[in-house]
Design a protein around this ligand. Sequence first.
Ligand code: HEC
Ligand code: HEC
Ligand code: HEC
Ligand code: HEC
Ligand code: HEC
Ligand code: HEC
Ligand code: HEC
Ligand code: HEC
Length: 430
Amino acid sequence: MSMKFFQMAVVAIIVMSSMAGRCEAAEDEINCITCHRTVTAGHVTDWESSTHAEMGVDCSVCHGTDHQTEKDAGLARLPDESVCGECHTDQFEQFKKGKHSHGWNSMNAMNVTHLEPDALMEGGRGCGGCHNMGIKSESERQELKKKGYRYQNNSCDECHTRHTFAKSEAQDPRACQQCHMGYDHPQWEMWSSAKHGTRWFTKDSGNLPETATAPTCQTCHLPNGTHTNRTAWGFFGVRLPLPGDKQWADDRTIILKALGILNPKTGEPTKRLDVVKALDMARLTEEDWQNERNKMIQTCSQCHSKTYAETQLKQGDEMMKKADRLMAKAILIVAALYEDGIIQKPAEYEFAYPDFFYFMRTGGKSMDTMSHIDQVLFEMYMKHRMRTYQGCFHVNPDYAYWYGWAMMTKDLGEIEELANLLRKTHEGKK
Ligand code: HEC
Ligand code: HEC
Ligand code: HEC
Ligand code: HEC
Ligand code: HEC
Ligand code: HEC
Ligand code: HEC
Ligand code: HEC
């Protein structure tokens, strides 16, 4: 209650200071709404239903007052996260510490991003349609504007869509669906068809009591209303230091080489390790990893026994180890083709070695003639290895097995077969 009062006071100050010396401000506000009732009617009715309308957070609080007529719409300010942060300090500070704040920069850290059509990046479809989740620097914003891309300045509206900006929407797991689905991170599909999700839907349709438990994405990943999201293994499923198990450590080393984080020749870290560090792409110490794991086990323990939860997550780690074995075998087969000059290093590549940072545009003589075996290898890593362990962690049997592990096995077979063929063809040409 007192928090609400404090926030109201803050709003009053911000709203008043933005009006300072401008007695016509209230009139502007009426103008915004009156005119926009015809120009963008849906936005006005959405805003009218929001807590913001109730609290006097009007159009001009976020968009400023420079734009006043049909002819100067370009003067309207499009607010970034820091504008929301002026009133919602806690959420903004938590968001900055979480992985979501890096979405834009991690997309741009991939070599492939700079080969793909702008509409799919800056334009906010394709990669950019999901990775607009993330804080852009002032210079990045200027750059985008110069290229003619004006929108997508705000990440907060990815879960609390405009202009309702509702808490209840962000608490619904469907708020995560658009981005956490599909090719390489089908968490939506995994959760919604596993027991945790099916219980949530069953409850939602009234077939389980109100008090029935059913963990959502938010229960496990944004516990207690935090805006800091971060997991132990992260997306790439690698971490430092390397595992104690010798075979696993060797397999991991090979994967890190294919990620270009270790130099394939010397095993020394490359410049990419700095990127991984800066964007928090992997946990770099055992303690950091264990800390995230402990938090997760605590969450599971709201419902399950601690031992049960620990056992389940250990099985996920164990599957990751097995998946890494298959992965390393496959990488070595393709790497040997580079080594023997059967596949030539593309000019763009740093090393004559598979490079996963090019996604499907991977391998071959140049980027115009991509090598199929490299693509099979990439898919094995990005689609099937992900599904194997993500499926385990999200308790989804079919993703873990048929869409994950079984496909990895199939990929390895295909890679062996393709490598044999390539070698025979190469011999024939000599
Ligand atoms: C006289 C009518 C009128 C008034 C008054 C008005 N607008 Fe607009 N506004 C428009 C029109 C027309 C557009 C452009 C719509 C389009 O591009 O199709 C627009 C666009 C916008 C945009 C989108 C800008 C963009 O780049 O797409 C925002 C935000 C906006 N107005 C906010 C406001 C705010 C805040 C106020 C009050 C300070 C306000 N408007 C007052 C007519 C008006
Ligand atoms: C709490 C802040 C906030 C308030 C209040 C607010 N907006 Fe917005 N509005 C946003 C954000 C965030 C965007 C998206 C900016 C971007 O894409 O970079 C946006 C985008 C827009 C756009 C352009 C995008 C589109 O879908 O057409 C229009 C027009 C607009 N707002 C009109 C209004 C009007 C009219 C009001 C008042 C009834 C209003 N806004 C109140 C935050 C706000
Ligand atoms: C001028 C201050 C101010 C600004 C700027 C502002 N808000 Fe708010 N917002 C409030 C107040 C006050 C409330 C009501 C108290 C609360 O729930 O925190 C609120 C409530 C909310 C809620 C909870 C609504 C609910 O359903 O209970 C969300 C979500 C929210 N704001 C998101 C945003 C986002 C996103 C932005 C930026 C685009 C933004 N706010 C900008 C003042 C502001
Ligand atoms: C459908 C939405 C979506 C699309 C399209 C998409 N991504 Fe992602 N991306 C995500 C999500 C969600 C994650 C986090 C997944 C996880 O942790 O399991 C992610 C993770 C990543 C990461 C890892 C970040 C980290 O720190 O671990 C990179 C890099 C990345 N994406 C780059 C790209 C590039 C480049 C493209 C286009 C070629 C792309 N993404 C397309 C949603 C998307
Ligand atoms: C990944 C989704 C997601 C994003 C992005 C997001 N939020 Fe939220 N937000 C949530 C969830 C979930 C809740 C509900 C938390 C709870 O259950 O108490 C919430 C709640 C809120 C509330 C209401 C707090 C309360 O208890 O009344 C505010 C205000 C808010 N968010 C502001 C923001 C701001 C500002 C940003 C951008 C910096 C932001 N959110 C970005 C998911 C998100
Ligand atoms: C607009 C797209 C979008 C939405 C909506 C979205 N996310 Fe994300 N999420 C991403 C992207 C992109 C990343 C990867 C960020 C990076 O590159 O560091 C990510 C990363 C994550 C991670 C971090 C995994 C790790 O690396 O440790 C978690 C957990 C997560 N999201 C949970 C959620 C939850 C829960 C929701 C819904 C409440 C949600 N996300 C909504 C795009 C989205
Ligand atoms: C019952 C708890 C639980 C629920 C519900 C849940 N997750 Fe997870 N999630 C996990 C665990 C456990 C991990 C692996 C954590 C680790 O690395 O140790 C994980 C990992 C992730 C990751 C990182 C990459 C990976 O391994 O998949 C993302 C992103 C993610 N979850 C998103 C989501 C989204 C989105 C939803 C809802 C559709 C969701 N999760 C539902 C427990 C949950
Ligand atoms: C909010 C309560 C809640 C939380 C938190 C929760 N679970 Fe569950 N879990 C359930 C319920 C309810 C079921 C279904 C009970 C059943 O299968 O009889 C279930 C089922 C399971 C199952 C069995 C699925 C099956 O097909 O039989 C596993 C494994 C599991 N959870 C693991 C976890 C892990 C690991 C975590 C933490 C990452 C977790 N759960 C967090 C409530 C929860």
